[in-house]
Design a protein around this ligand. Structure first.
Ligand code: ADP
Ligand code: MG
Ligand code: MG
Length: 209
């Protein structure tokens, strides 16, 4: 069987929608400490707008493209354009088909993360979503390279993303609104790293189901 299908992708996005909705207040609370208290609201609104588009997608690339376009048009702030470009680049790297191999999924996530880097110019340790996404991608790649299945690799990626999220707490933010606080941004988790950990957790759960 194919490693990744449209059904798995739909389950991934539904799972992310559910997690974001359930944790919207928590994500907004994280953003109230070092930002403008809207991260949970932004993502919840975006994923609510994505939900009706999950039915009947023609292909993996079409599905992820709809998600990216929705984020760009419906979600404000840094996370709207960053997650929007992430999903659009993931879409472009996925096949115009209902099935993909593990290597396609790895390449797609790599392209998505690269687009966040290109757009936001954040480096490792800048206290952003990339501090969850990059270790996740590294763990996914290492697991696949070691002969792991996509299910195992996604589990390793979710674990690495959660660790990366936790490791943002002591960091001083150097990108985004939180950077305006300087040293006072230390001692709080980065909201975007927290939502990115949910994205990887949802992927691992969808694949394991
Ligand atoms: P805004 O800051 O515009 O209100 P959100 O609150 O929705 O947007 O998202 C904030 C999150 O966006 C931050 O926690 C951080 O993870 C992420 N972020 C902000 N700027 C950048 C950047 N330049 N590169 C990567 N991620 C960033
Ligand atoms: Mg905000
Ligand atoms: Mg904002």
């Amino acid at each position: 069987a194919a490693a990744f299908t449209t059904e798995t992708a739909v389950a991934w996005l539904r799972g992310f929608d559910e997690k974001v909705a359930a944790q919207a207040e928590y994500l907004t609370q994280l953003d109230s400490a070092i930002g403008d208290a809207d991260h949970g609201t932004n993502l919840k609104r975006g994923m609510a707008a994505v939900a009706p588009k999950l039915e009947g997608a023609e292909s993996l690339s079409a599905l992820l493209k709809a998600v990216g376009m929705t984020f760009i048009s419906k979600v404000g702030g840094a996370s709207g354009s960053l997650y929007g470009s992430f999903f659009l680049e993931v879409s472009k790297a996925l096949p115009d088909a209902a099935e993909a191999e593990a290597s396609d999924v790895e390449a797609a996530l790599r392209a998505g993360v690269a687009s966040i880097v290109a757009r936001g110019k954040a480096e490792p340790g800048d206290k952003t979503m990339l501090d969850a996404l990059r270790p996740a991608l590294d763990a996914l790649g290492a697991s696949l390279a070691g002969g792991g299945s996509l299910v195992e690799a996604a589990g390793a990626a979710a674990k690495a993303a959660a660790e990366g999220r936790d490791a943002t707490e002591p960091l001083v933010a150097r990108k985004g609104r939180a950077s305006y606080l300087g040293e006072r941004s230390a001692g709080h988790l980065d909201p975007g790293a927290a939502s990115s950990a949910l994205l990887l957790e949802a992927l691992a759960e969808a694949l394991a189901a």
